[in-house]
Write a protein that binds this ligand. Structure first.
Ligand SMILES: Cc1cc2nc3c(=O)[nH]c(=O)nc-3n(C[C@H](O)[C@H](O)[C@H](O)COP(=O)(O)OP(=O)(O)OC[C@H]3O[C@@H](n4cnc5c(N)ncnc54)[C@H](O)[C@@H]3O)c2cc1C
Length: 504
């Protein structure tokens, strides 16, 4: 039988939940129960082997949500992958370990998230890391998650670095410096070619701790609310219903979809929406499920290779560039990766038949202004809209991303690899705008549905406490008020490290 009470109940053992559970054992004297819907990834080659991560998308250990129909993407519906497994999406993702830009966090603090400026969160970033080059002002060493730079790059990864430099970008030896700009090798959460994660680094090593219980196959169905306090949660294991009481706190680490969904289905959210789907409102908190932000990846600028490409390496990327969509943009708002396989959307493939021996240059729009949302459906499911490319500024940035990508592809390093360009076809503004709306796929970076702040739309305060409910916090990617300007895993890990400090 699962435990019936604990001091701390952690919902979800994903990127954030694994960190939080481990740190609560270190910083408090309380008992910790972690409830995770999925099971272990340890025997999944698609999780452990970096070159196989794409096999996780749509697999049995994926929640397989969908976004859409998407108004900015010609009404397309898109798969939104989320890991349903210990380590969460951090056990299934593309292993890129990157923090984003100092300005991302300073922006959070300026917007009301007091205590979350870059200099304030830097110690939490460093605490998680075991950086191959050792400790420095920027990096941590000896922490739970081993991170290593890609070396011996695949030819298309090497070409991106060389093309970046020959087109005027600085060489970026470390993508985790506070203000990344330029092209260089990716840092991955990996050790000796095997994925590391907060599951392998933070939680798995302490599984036999006497104050810790991890229950797998446990899907939390709702919060138990009494007199304005969360006193525990209800969950199901093997079709049986259970209740657990939280003596001190319940912390939601179920991710941007899972945490907002649980709040809404427990009656915490926009009252009008809740009534419309038959949920009795407990607390009218208008921001729950709003403010969803996602990065579009443009999949992609596709090229038939001049010669047979060598076997896949690293995370199928290996290098990355950070650049600006226009000279007056303060923080780099575009990223570029070259993908060692023809990673293109179904719509691009339909318009441009893709040969097998092909690769892709994929711009990512990072400084997004479009805002989506998460709603419940009357049958208890979720209705997700990313609204990617609905803000004209994002469309401009996406088109600029394709144009810059084409310039990179025209550099000598790429020219010697390319037999012909497969996509896009036309390069006038109208053709490129149509192309980006057809090529855009989600980067699988949803954030912001339980945003931190102090205004009326904030769901949690800067201590991550759900506003208006005692004994309940959210600590995962959903609390980001604005999305970071690079991939979202390392920032989520940082959030959980900070959460443990705040709870202690
Ligand atoms: C395919 C893919 C590729 C990506 N690539 C990268 C990348 O290369 N680099 C990067 O930085 N980011 C990447 N991301 C994004 C990154 O992994 C996420 O931002 C990060 O993992 C989010 O962490 P989280 O803790 O908020 O959520 P998750 O890690 O998703 O954890 C949520 C956990 O809660 C569990 N859960 C949810 N609901 C319930 C419930 N009701 N009851 C019990 N358990 C529940 C889930 O099963 C899951 O284990 C990728 C994501 C995906 C899916």
């Amino acid at each position: 039988m699962p435990p019936r009470s604990a001091d701390y109940v952690v919902v979800g053992a994903g990127s954030a939940g694994c960190v939080l559970a481990r740190r609560l054992l270190e910083t408090t004297d309380g008992t910790v129960v972690v409830l995770e819907a999925g099971g272990s990834p340890d025997d999944l080659g698609s999780s452990t082997d970096p070159t196989r991560w794409v096999e996780n998308i749509g697999a049995g250990h994926d929640w397989t949500y969908t976004y859409g129909p998407e108004p900015g993407l010609e009404g397309r519906t898109l798969l939104l992958s989320r890991g349903r497994v210990l380590g969460g999406s951090g056990s299934t993702n593309a292993l890129v370990w990157v923090r984003g830009h100092r300005a991302d966090y300073d922006g959070w603090a300026a917007g009301g998230a007091t205590g979350w400026g870059f200099d304030e969160v830097l110690p939490a970033f460093r605490r998680s890391e075991d950086w191959q080059d050792g400790a420095s002002e920027v990096h941590g060493a000896g922490g739970p998650v081993r991170i290593e730079r890609c070396t011996d790059l695949h030819p298309v990864a090497q070409a991106l670095v060389e093309a970046g430099i020959s087109s005027g970008m600085p060489y970026l030896d470390d993508i985790n410096i506070p203000e990344p700009l330029g092209a260089g090798p990716i840092t991955m959460d990996v050790h000796d070619g095997v994925r590391t994660s907060t599951w392998t680094g933070h939680l798995r090593p302490v599984l036999d701790h006497e104050r810790l219980t991890v229950v797998t196959g446990a899907q939390v169905t709702g919060l138990t609310l009494r007199g304005g306090r969360c006193v525990g949660v209800g969950f199901r294991v093997d079709g049986e219903t259970h209740e657990i009481r939280a003596g001190r706190e319940t912390v939601l680490c179920a991710g941007s979809i899972g945490s907002a969904r649980l709040l809404l289905s427990s009656g915490i959210g926009p009252a009008e929406h809740l009534r419309a789907v038959g949920v009795e409102p407990v607390l009218d908190l208008p921001g729950v499920g709003e403010n969803l932000q996602e990065h579009p990846i443009l999949a992609g600028l596709c090229f038939e290779a001049a010669e047979e490409l060598p076997p896949l390496r690293d995370n199928l990327e290996g290098s990355m560039a950070f650049w600006r969509s226009a000279p007056d943009v303060a923080v780099p708002d575009l990223t570029f990766v070259s993908v060692q396989i023809p990673y293109v959307s179904a719509e691009v493939a339909a318009a441009h038949p893709v040969p097998a021996n092909a690769f892709v240059l994929a711009p990512g729009v990072m400084g997004v202004r479009s805002r989506g949302r998460l709603r419940l459906t009357a049958d208890g499911g979720v209705d997700l809209r990313s609204n990617m490319l609905t803000d004209p500024a994002d469309v401009d940035a996406a088109v600029a991303g394709v144009e810059i990508g084409l310039e990179l592809a025209d550099q000598p390093a790429f020219r010697k690899l390319v037999a012909r360009r497969v996509a896009p076809g036309g390069t006038d503004r109208a053709s490129l705008e149509q192309f980006v709306r057809r090529a855009a796929l989600p980067y699988f970076h949803p954030v912001g549905t339980c945003a931190m702040g102090t205004g009326d739309d904030a769901v949690v305060d800067p201590q991550l406490r759900v506003r208006g409910i005692e004994g309940l916090r959210v600590a995962d990617a959903s609390v980001m008020p604005t999305i970071t300007s690079a991939n979202t895993n390392a920032p989520t890990v940082m959030i959980a490290e900070r959460a443990a400090e705040l709870i202690a």
